[in-house]
Write a new protein. Structure first.
Length: 277
């Protein structure tokens, strides 16, 4: 028996009607369907009358189940890999299975479909020519703020995923570290209670404080502007002067005149950066 194939099938992020004809055809023809959560996937499969043997590869099972999936494919079976929503391996399980399939030189066929990050980006009103997808930030605030500080000088549009119990805390961290940039925050995309908030980070935080927080969130944030970049460069100059023995106030005075920036704002940003680090 010849070796089978692994199909990477994107599934709807909410609305079950968003599945592609090709995805349905693939799920109907394969021998096995590997799922992140079989109970969740059954809602989709039952909706379209698809009955196939299921293999759960959720969380800690993924490494063990990856070997089972690989052996089935090497024995000639066709396997489709799906997650609860969207594309396997993109801020979702599946990467271990895909990596093992590549190592074993198994034929991998992508079957593209809906993805939350592109859906949210397309309605954000932010620059879509160049963007950076971050996915989920660290859960611990110290690590999250450190990561945001690293991203603060990124000029491209930034796209994040966030859980409902952390979304407000994350947005306030962004407001403090990025400043009051324009952003778009979407939740429950393609579902009944789909909602997108647009405006400054401060405005969005205020709106979320007064609304019900539920569902998965996609946060799209404007990249750093020219003025912010000037401050970023100026802060580096201040640090260099301080390393050479200058006091903070003296270094601020020199650099603010050089860059034609507000001494007060540069001083405050210098202190804040030191605090965040």
């Amino acid at each position: 028996m010849s070796q089978g194939r692994l199909y990477i099938v994107s599934t709807p992020i909410g609305n079950l009607e968003d599945i592609t004809l090709r995805a349905l055809e693939t799920l109907k023809k394969v021998d096995y369907i590997a799922c992140e959560d079989t109970k969740h996937s059954l809602k989709l499969l039952n909706h379209y009358g698809i009955k196939k043997p299921l293999i759960s590869y959720w969380s800690e099972k993924e490494k063990v189940r990856a070997e089972e999936i690989i052996q089935k494919i090497k024995s000639g079976f066709q396997v489709a890999l799906i997650t609860d929503a969207g594309t396997p391996g993109i801020s979702d399980p599946g990467a271990v299975v895909i990596s093992r399939a590549i190592q074993e030189e198994i034929d991998i066929v992508p079957v593209p479909g809906p993805t939350a990050l592109i859906t949210a980006l397309s309605i954000s009103r932010l620059n879509t020519d160049e963007f950076t997808f971050i996915g989920f930030l660290p859960g611990k605030q110290t690590q999250r703020r450190k990561k945001l500080l690293e991203l603060s000088s990124e000029k491209r549009t930034l796209v994040f995923y966030e859980a409902p119990h952390r979304v407000l805390e994350t947005l306030y961290d962004m407001l403090e570290i990025f400043g009051n940039r324009y952003a778009s925050v979407s939740r429950e995309l393609t579902k009944i209670f789909e909602e997108t908030l647009r405006g400054s980070l401060k405005e969005i935080c205020e709106k979320l404080e007064e609304s019900k927080i539920a569902g998965e969130y996609v946060i799209v944030v404007e990249g750093m502007k020219e003025k912010e970049r000037s401050f970023e460069e100026a802060l580096k100059e201040v640090k260099e002067l301080m390393k050479k023995g200058k006091g903070r106030k003296e270094a601020i005075k020199i650099v603010s005149e050089l860059y034609n920036l507000s001494k007060k704002e540069l001083y405050e940003r210098s202190l804040k950066e030191d605090y965040l680090q």
